[in-house]
Design a protein around this ligand. Structure first.
Ligand code: 13P
Length: 630
C-alpha cells in the first residue's frame, strides 16, 4: 500500500512574544503586519522554534500508522532527530504567541504545489490541506490519474475557492471538507449545506465526504466531538492536518468510519507538537476509554487538598435576576463577559480544582477562540456541567422535585464528548414549621422522591463516565433553628445514601454538595461559626459513609465573609474521613459581580475581588487542627 501526498512542506516558525502589542502595525485596511526582519534585541521575543508543517504532518501521521508515503517533489524522511526534509521548504508560516493566544500569519502569496508524475502507480493520491493547485498541476494530476486508473484520489477542501481543486471533486473517492462551526463562523469559509450555497459551490457526495469543524468530525449521521483549538499544538491548522491524515490512514487500514473518526479524535487530543501518536497507542486509547477517564481519580482530583470548586452554573433565569438587580442587560455578550472575568483571573488554577458550568458557557469559546472546556482543561481545571433542569412543584404541594431525568443519558454522552467530566444536580428542601414550631416540611415523601431522583441521576452519570455531584440543599432563607436544620440534614443524608446504595452508585466516584448546618436566615438567633462548625462536622461524621469521594459546601446566600468564616470553622473540626472543601457560587462571585456592574472597564477590579475570595477560602481550608503550626 503506497500513498502519494501532494502538498507543500511548510516550516512553522513559532515566535513566543511578550505581551506588548507594538510588534504589530495595523495598516489602513485593518491588516496587521509584523516586520519579520526584526532584531531580537529590539523586539524582545523570548523563544523561537520551528517545526515542519503542512504535507510533512500527513507524512508523519501516516508513518506512525505504519503506512508508507511519499511527498511529491520532496525528499522527506525520519532520522534520529525526527522529520527532515532535504528539499527546500515551500513556505513559512509564522505563529505568534502572545498573551496566551496564538496569532497565525501565512504568506500572502502561496507557493504553487508542484506535481511530478511518478513512474509507478500509487494506491492513493492525497492532495492534502497545504496544497495550492494551479491549472498546470491540476492537469498533470488528471493526466496521471487517467493512466493510473486504480489510484484512489483523496482531496482536502478548505473552501471552494480554487476551481482547479474543485474540478477534481468528481474523480475523488474521499473528500475532507471544512465547515465553520457555530462559535467560529468567520474563521473558515462555510461549506455547510445549510448555508446559502454560492453559485459556484458544488454539492458534495455525502457518502464520500467527511466534514471537519472546529469542534467535530462528521460523516452523515456519525459525529465525533473534538476540539481543534489545541493551543499547545500552537495552530488549529496542525490539528486539522492530523485529523485528516488519521482518518485517511485508518480507512486504508480497514477501520470503520466510526473507528476512524474516533482514532482521529484521539490523535488530535493526544499528539504533541511534531509528534503524533503511533497506531498501537491509538488503539490502546480507543479500546480503553476508562483509562482516559478514571472517574474515581477525577472525583479525587475535584476535591484535592486546599482548593475548591467554583459553581459558575447559574441558570439563564438566575443570571437574569442577578443582572436585573444591577440593571445589567441580560445579553449573550454580557453573560460571556461576566463568566470570562472568573475564567481569566490570574492564577485561578492555584485555588480551583473544577468549575461547574451552565450549558451556554460549556458551549462557549474564550476570546482567543478556544472552547471554554479546552481552555479550562489546559489549565488543569476540570470542567463540569449543571444537568438538572430546575425545580417543579409536586401536585397540590408547596414542595418541589428536580426535573431533568428525561433525555439525561443522551445529554451526558454529548457532554462527555465535549470534555466535561463531572455533573451537578440540585434538589432543594425548604424547612417550614407549623404554628407549634414543629417541622412541616420537608416531608418524608419529598425527601424520598428527591433522593430517588438524585440516585438515578448519579447512576446515569457514572454509566457515562461522569462524576456526579449530588446536591440536596437545605434552603437558608427560612425560619428554623440550628437543631431543626441538623435534624433535617440527618433525615436527608440517611435517605440519600440508602438510595445511592440501592442504585449501586460508586461512592468513591461521587461527591456530596450540601449546606452547612445553621439556623435559617429569618431565625431570631444567628448561629455562630463555632456552633456551625461543630454541628456540621457532627452531622456529616454521623450520616455520611466514609468511602464517599468528598464533601463540598454551597454558600446558600450567606455573605461571602460569613461563608468563609464558617468554612474555616467546619475545617477546624477535621480531619474528616473525606476531603471537605467549598463549591460556592454567590460567596465567590458576588463581590466580583458588584465590582464589574456590566462595565468591562471594571474587569480588573472584579478579578481582584474574586481573587480575594479565592485566597480567603483556600486559607480557610488550612484551618485543620493537624495542619496548624506546632
Ligand atoms: P451558592 O454558593 O450561591 O449557594 O451556589 C452553590 C450552588 O451551586 C447552588 O446550586
Amino acid at each position: 500500500m503506497n500513498i502519494l501526498i501532494v502538498g507543500n512542506v511548510l516550516k512553522d516558525v513559532y515566535l513566543n512574544l511578550d505581551s506588548r502589542t507594538e510588534h504589530f502595525e495595523t495598516d489602513k485596511n485593518g491588516t496587521k503586519w509584523l516586520d519579520l526582519s526584526f532584531d531580537a534585541s529590539e523586539h524582545r521575543y523570548f523563544n523561537r522554534n520551528s517545526n515542519y508543517g503542512g504535507a510533512a504532518i500527513s507524512f508523519e501521521v501516516l508513518s506512525k500508522l505504519g503506512l508508507e508515503s511519499t511527498v511529491s517533489g520532496s525528499n522527506i524522511q525520519f532520522n534520529d532527530d525526527g522529520l527532515v526534509a532535504s528539499d527546500p521548504v515551500k513556505a513559512y508560516r509564522y505563529l505568534l504567541i502572545a498573551d496566551g493566544g496564538v496569532t497565525y500569519f501565512a504568506p500572502t502569496t502561496h507557493q504553487i504545489t508542484t506535481f511530478t508524475p511518478p513512474a509507478e502507480s500509487y494506491d492513493y493520491l492525497y492532495i492534502d490541506r497545504s496544497a495550492h493547485i494551479d491549472s498546470n498541476t491540476a492537469n498533470k494530476i488528471i493526466a496521471y490519474l487517467e493512466i493510473s486508473a486504480k489510484t484512489k484520489l483523496v482531496i482536502y477542501l478548505q473552501n471552494f475557492d480554487n476551481p482547479h481543486l474543485v474540478s477534481l471533486i468528481p474523480r475523488a473517492n474521499l473528500i475532507f471538507c471544512e465547515k465553520s462551526s457555530k462559535s467560529n463562523s468567520n474563521r473558515d469559509i462555510s461549506a455547510d449545506s445549510q448555508a446559502p450555497a454560492s453559485e459556484s459551490t458544488p454539492s458534495l457526495d455525502p457518502t464520500k465526504t467527511i466534514y471537519f469543524s472546529d469542534d467535530s468530525l462528521s460523516f452523515q449521521e456519525i459525529t465525533e466531538y473534538v476540539s481543534m483549538n489545541r493551543i499547545d499544538l500552537l495552530s488549529h491548522l496542525t490539528a486539522y492536518s492530523i485529523a485528516s491524515a488519521t482518518v485517511l490512514g485508518s480507512f486504508i487500514l480497514g477501520y470503520s468510519v466510526e473507528q476512524s473518526l474516533n482514532l482521529a479524535q484521539i490523535n488530535v487530543e493526544y499528539s504533541k507538537l511534531n509528534s503524533t501518536i503511533p497506531l498501537s497507542r491509538l488503539q490502546e486509547l480507543a479500546e480503553k476509554p476508562e483509562n482516559k477517564n478514571d472517574i474515581e481519580l477525577i472525583a479525587a482530583t475535584l476535591v484535592a487538598p486546599e482548593k475548591g470548586i467554583l459553581a459558575a452554573d447559574e441558570s439563564g433565569g438566575s443570571i437574569h435576576k442577578k443582572f436585573a438587580q444591577l440593571e445589567i442587560d441580560d445579553t449573550y455578550d454580557n453573560r460571556h463577559d461576566y463568566r470570562n472575568i472568573f475564567f481569566t483571573t490570574d492564577g485561578l488554577e492555584d485555588y480551583i480544582n473544577g468549575i461547574i458550568l451552565f450549558d451556554e458557557t460549556a458551549r462557549d469559546s474564550t476570546d482567543n477562540g478556544q472552547t471554554v472546556v479546552k481552555y479550562l482543561t489546559s489549565k488543569r481545571i476540570i470542567p463540569g456541567i449543571k444537568v438538572d433542569q430546575g425545580l417543579e412543584k409536586f401536585p397540590n404541594s408547596e414542595e418541589t422535585y428536580t426535573k431533568g431525568l428525561s433525555g439525561l443519558s443522551t445529554r451526558l454522552q454529548e457532554y462527555y464528548q465535549m470534555g466535561l467530566r463531572f455533573a451537578k444536580w440540585r434538589a432543594a428542601f425548604e424547612i417550614r414549621l407549623d404554628d407549634n414550631g414543629k417541622i412541616l416540611t420537608p416531608t418524608d415523601h419529598a425527601i424520598e422522591e428527591n433522593c430517588k431522583i438524585l440516585a438515578e441521576y448519579a447512576a446515569r452519570c457514572q454509566a457515562a463516565n461522569i462524576v456526579p455531584i449530588v446536591e440536596p440543599e437545605i434552603v437558608y432563607d427560612g425560619y428554623y433553628s440550628i437543631d431543626q436544620a441538623a435534624l433535617t440534614a440527618s433525615r436527608i443524608f440517611d435517605t440519600l445514601f440508602n438510595k445511592l446504595d440501592e442504585y449501586k452508585v460508586n461512592l468513591r466516584a461521587c461527591i456530596l454538595k450540601c449546606s452547612m448546618v445553621l439556623a435559617g436566615k429569618q431565625y431570631e438567633t444567628k448561629s455562630t461559626p463555632e456552633e456551625i462548625g461543630a454541628r456540621t462536622a457532627e452531622i456529616l461524621k454521623d450520616h455520611v459513609p466514609t468511602e464517599l469521594a468528598g464533601i463540598v459546601f454551597l454558600s446558600g446566600g450567606q455573605t461571602p465573609e460569613q461563608a468563609t468564616d464558617n468554612l474555616a470553622a467546619v475545617t477546624s473540626h477535621g480531619p474528616f474521613p473525606w476531603p471537605v472543601t467549598f463549591s460556592f457560587a454567590r460567596a465567590l462571585q458576588d463581590p466580583a459581580l458588584y465590582a464589574w456592574k456590566g462595565d468591562n472597564t471594571n474587569a480588573d477590579t472584579a478579578r481582584s475581588a474574586f481573587k480575594e475570595r479565592l485566597i480567603a477560602n483556600c486559607e480557610a481550608l488550612k484551618k485543620r487542627p493537624d495542619k496548624k503550626a506546632k
